[in-house]
Write a protein that binds this ligand. Structure first.
Ligand code: C2O
Ligand code: CU
Ligand code: CU
Length: 503
């Protein structure tokens, strides 16, 4: 009797386990089958003129440059006959390009006309933590937030976007983002006639549902976040740019939530990379590809011949994930933007052989070393973001060496308030495209990145800066930590969480 009972039980367990194994195998096969590459190469007609976001110079009040931005909801028609519900600043999608000049004092008045809270973060800007616009600076619906700071950094292509706790991906995806251009005498030597030979190229991938809405879900199997199968450039679908000068400067901004692009031209022509995230390179670097992960920027200068048409393309990026990367966009190719050169091109300035300055600090100045592991899809050093927890305290003005590694899937690492240098990638010198000022680096899985960071003088013992993965799904999942910058490098372990103010 008892023996028969045991046999039945064993049979039952074997059956259940077998079913589980079979369904797991089925899921894996299905995911593999479904992970087909996306390609828009050769599919576009480039019929729409590239939208150029309005350049906002602001107005000068009491010696301060004042900008205003209003976030609100609207509807945008990207594709013929389709209306897409979107968010934007001063319009229905994206926002104006804010112009700032090195050395000046600025104020931005950000009004929230959304029906939800938001924040406005100045990505790449060095500024006091209370002006940084991270999760500790919520703007309640109906409120206006007015940060002010002095622009104390090199000319660069920066950007602004929301950063509310756990809501960043959603708000960026719906359309809240814009460019900031910081100018100085050096950057004036490059083409800088905005919209003519100095062009913002804000690239975002989106999927469109049948009713025009942006798709929210992920393709089956992606660990990195939502990947769209079509591109928008400055909010323009299927775009071309009329070029009227011999050389054109493209400010490439990856404002996508998860997708990595490897830019180049369809005919493989070389271009000059002149700037990375935080400013001009010391010397321009000739390249034929430049890979950018979400949040990263690069400025490139490309030459065109009269009447020619050449396509800026994104080739399959190297995500460092081997056979798995096809699920994360690693096999995807996109036509991004067609350049259409005029019959008569105006002459352009030569690109100077010397551009930016080298850093005035080196590894020997480092007073601390820290390590950060980005693992899974929502943790750094095994901990998930807690707005009340301080993870790191540093001394204002000090230099530190940060060793970063990402595991499991693709990640990136972004640190607020500073522009850092990449000292080494897997122990070797960084490639030229990573050898300038950076605030965001793509972490190939399992590879160690050594960063040299000099913190700013913006000490504040109560308001932290963020560091996080810029794959926004990961960021919202908690792959973010908080660093306090204080006068003496000492600080509390915990702070008060942000509280919604006014309303
Ligand atoms: Cu671009 Cu913390 O953000
Ligand atoms: Cu940032
Ligand atoms: Cu990540």
């Amino acid at each position: 009797m008892a023996a028969r009972h045991i046999v039945l039980r064993i049979l039952l367990v074997v059956g259940v386990v077998g079913l589980l194994v079979a369904s797991a195998v089925g899921v894996v096969l299905y995911r593999y089958w479904d992970g087909r590459a996306v390609s828009t190469v050769g599919e576009l007609s480039f019929e729409n003129p590239l939208r150029i976001p309005e350049l906002e110079e602001g107005r000068v009040e009491d010696g301060r440059r004042v900008h205003e931005l209003t976030a609100s909801a609207g509807t945008t028609s990207f594709k013929p006959g389709l209306d897409t519900p979107t968010l934007g600043y001063d319009g229905s999608y994206l926002g104006p390009t804010l112009l700032m000049r090195r050395g000046e004092e600025v104020e931005v008045r950000v009004t929230n006309e959304l029906d939800e809270g938001t924040t406005t973060h100045w990505h790449g800007m060095s500024l006091p933590a209370v002006a940084d616009g991270g999760p500790h600076s919520p703007i309640a619906p109906g409120d206006t937030w007015t940060p002010t700071w002095t622009v104390d950094q090199r000319a660069a292509t920066l950007w602004y976007h929301p950063h509310p706790h756990e809501q960043t991906e959603d708000q960026v995806r719906r359309g809240l983002a814009g460019m900031v251009i910081v100018e100085d005498e050096r950057s004036d030597l490059l083409p800088h006639d905005y919209g003519v030979d100095d062009i913002p190229v804000i690239v975002q991938d989106r999927g469109f549902a049948a009713d025009g809405a942006f798709e929210e879900g992920s393709a089956v199997g992606t660990q990195t976040g939502t990947l769209g199968d079509e591109l928008l450039v400055n909010g323009t679908w299927d775009p071309h740019l009329g070029v009227t000068t011999e050389r054109v400067r493209l400010r490439l901004l990856n404002a996508s939530t998860a997708r990595v692009y490897d830019y180049g031209f369809a005919d493989d022509r070389p271009f000059l990379m002149v700037a990375s995230d935080g400013g001009l390179l010391e010397t321009p670097v000739p390249l034929d590809r430049i890979q950018l992960s979400p949040g990263e920027r690069a400025e490139i200068v490309v030459e065109v011949e009269p009447r020619e048409r050449v396509v800026l393309r994104s080739f399959a990026p190297d995500l460092g994930l081997g056979p798995l990367e096809r699920f994360e966009g690693g096999d995807d190719n996109f036509d991004v933007l067609q350049l259409r050169a005029a019959a008569d091109l105006d002459p352009s300035p030569e690109v100077p052989g010397a551009l930016g300055d080298p850093p005035d600090f080196g590894p020997e100045d480092a007073v601390a070393e820290r390590t950060f592991r980005l693992n899974g899809t929502g943790e750094i050093n095994g901990e998930s973001m807690d707005p009340e927890r301080i993870d790191t305290v540093v001394r204002a003005g000090s230099v530190e060496r940060w060793e970063i590694r990402g595991d499991g899937t693709a990640h990136s690492f972004h640190l607020h308030d500073v522009q850092f240098r990449v000292l080494a990638v897997d122990g070797d010198d960084p490639p030229p495209e990573l050898s300038g000022w950076k605030d965001t680096v793509f972490l190939r899985s399992g590879i160690r990145f050594d960063l040299l960071v000099r913190f700013s003088h913006h000490a504040d013992a109560e308001t932290p800066y963020m560091y996080h993965c810029h794959l926004l799904r990961h960021e919202d999942n908690g792959m973010m930590g908080q660093v306090l910058v204080t006068e003496d490098g000492e600080g509390p372990d915990r702070i008060d969480a942000p509280h919604e103010h006014g309303g």
